[in-house]
Design a protein around this ligand. Structure first.
Ligand code: NI
Length: 458
């Protein structure tokens, strides 16, 4: 996990604070005055025509990509300043009028869960409103009231996913200087209840969510040459069950790869975006789940390209790995520019198995270097995963991504497990017998099957 995890920290804009709060400063509050190593030495206008009175982080993307600003002028007009991605801003475009009465504008990332970032605003009556972005620098018409009684808050801070559950949250400071977390539910509402983050913030004159300002140094990479590693993979989604699976994996800090079907990405873009933002690998399982060996090279290329196009449209990077449906591949499939990731453990979870059967099959058949195939389209699999994870860990396995399990994968490699790889360019017997799964010693383990009946969700 953590490849692209978006965290948020608070940065105080106050430079003159000597002390913070009283004796009850909870975890997370600054213990000493924040100090910047260098202040601004000169004022530099990045855009000449309209000076932004108020800046809001992230309009077209949540703390990633080309970050934009919104500015409100004294006449209450709202302007979009698109970031160039290289430290500049484009000329502003007006995106609204009548914003003068708002007492707070908050950039929160994708609060509604539709894959596009939104804007929250508080009016003079203390009502909180959501204005949904359309992903193209405009607002979707209409607004949604998402709360009331926010008038007493002295700061509202968009922080991205502060709680780490894959959904963006809101922080608020009350008049007593307490900082509260209000967790978003990923679909435009708050989870009921709030959590006190810390106290002692009353003297701060500015609170800003800035993304991961001090990212932890990357943990030492797992060396699967000396550790018993396993990679969990989930196919055919995203589905209605995927969010529940993500909840489990995030709670247990389990990395995993999702081999998604392009049609499903288009049906559930916010789910795949959540998975990506939570640090999971989003990989390619073709657009419509055909048996690739029935297609020409150009037909295979189109199936793969359309997934990547759907991912980009959903705000997710292009895939780097390909899993051919039904484990079926040929020489053309090896020319598609990606390593082919098959599997070595298959509980046939799609075949009416119970969670208990899926769990026991996976745990009994996993060895060091295994790639486990499951489907996030199967409710029993989602039920089974917490038990699978705890059993595998109890047996000493380290759960890793496919690319940690097998470093230096090349396009055209055919990978069944860490120890069963047909390298690109090699003409192995396997390439002529794509339906057979072999053990590391060459023993035929059986037919490679992934026969889950694929039914696109609408
Ligand atoms: Ni499949």
């Amino acid at each position: 996990m953590g490849k692209s995890r978006v965290r948020a920290v608070l940065l105080s804009a106050a430079l003159t604070m000597a002390t913070v709060g009283g004796g009850s400063v909870a975890t997370g509050a600054p213990a000493t005055a924040p100090i910047l190593t260098a202040g601004p030495t000169s004022e530099r206008s990045v855009s000449s025509s309209v000076l932004p009175q108020l800046a809001v982080p992230t309009f077209t993307s949540p703390f990633v990509g080309r970050v934009d600003l919104l500015g409100r002028d004294p006449a209450g007009r709202l302007f979009l300043y698109k970031g160039t991605g290289t430290g500049g801003l484009e000329d502003p475009t007006q995106v609204g009028t009548g914003w003068g009465g708002m007492t707070a504008l908050i950039g929160v990332g994708d609060f509604s869960g539709d894959g596009y970032v939104d804007l929250l605003a508080r009016d003079t009556a203390g009502l909180l409103w959501m204005y949904r972005g359309n992903g193209s620098g405009r607002f979707i018409s209409g607004r949604t009231q998402i709360g009331h009684g926010w008038g007493g808050m002295t700061a509202l801070i968009g922080v991205g996913d502060f709680s780490g559950d894959g959904y963006v949250d809101l922080l608020a400071r009350d008049t007593a200087g307490l900082l509260w977390m209000y967790r978003g539910n990923g679909s435009g509402r708050f989870i009921s209840g709030r959590t006190q983050v810390s106290g002692g913030w009353e003297a701060m004159t500015g609170l800003v969510g800035v993304g991961d300002f001090d990212p932890p140094s990357a943990p030492a990479p797992v060396n699967c040459a000396v550790r018993a590693c396993v990679a969990l993979t989930f196919d055919d989604g995203p589905s209605a069950y995927t969010n529940r699976l993500l909840d489990s994996l995030i709670a247990m800090q389990v990395p995993a790869a999702f081999f998604v079907v392009g049609q499903q990405v288009q049906a559930r873009p916010s789910t795949v975006l959540r998975a990506h933002q939570a640090g999971f690998d989003i990989e390619n399982h073709t657009y419509s789940h055909p048996r690739l060996t029935t297609l020409s090279l150009s037909g295979q290329q189109a199936e793969v390209r359309r997934v990547d196009d759907a991912l980009v449209a959903a705000g997710v990077p292009r895939s780097t790995l390909l899993r051919p449906p039904y484990g079926s591949w040929n020489s053309s499939t090896r020319q598609l520019g990606k390593p082919l990731i098959l599997w070595s453990v298959d509980p046939r979870d799609w075949d009416g198995r119970t969670a208990s059967q899926i769990r026991s099959h996976v745990v009994a058949n996993t060895v060091a270097g295994s790639i486990v195939l499951m489907h996030d389209t199967v409710a029993a699999t989602v039920d089974a995963v917490p038990g699978i994870v705890s059993d595998l860990r109890a047996r000493g396995f380290t759960l890793v991504t496919v690319e940690t399990l097998i470093p230096n994968l090349q396009p055209g490699d055919v990978v069944y497990s860490r120890t069963n790889i047909v390298r690109a360019g090699s003409v192995a017997a396997l390439s002529e017998e794509p339906e057979l799964l072999r053990a590391p010693d060459g023993t035929v383990l059986g037919e490679v099957v992934d026969e889950a009946r694929f039914v696109p969700e609408k």
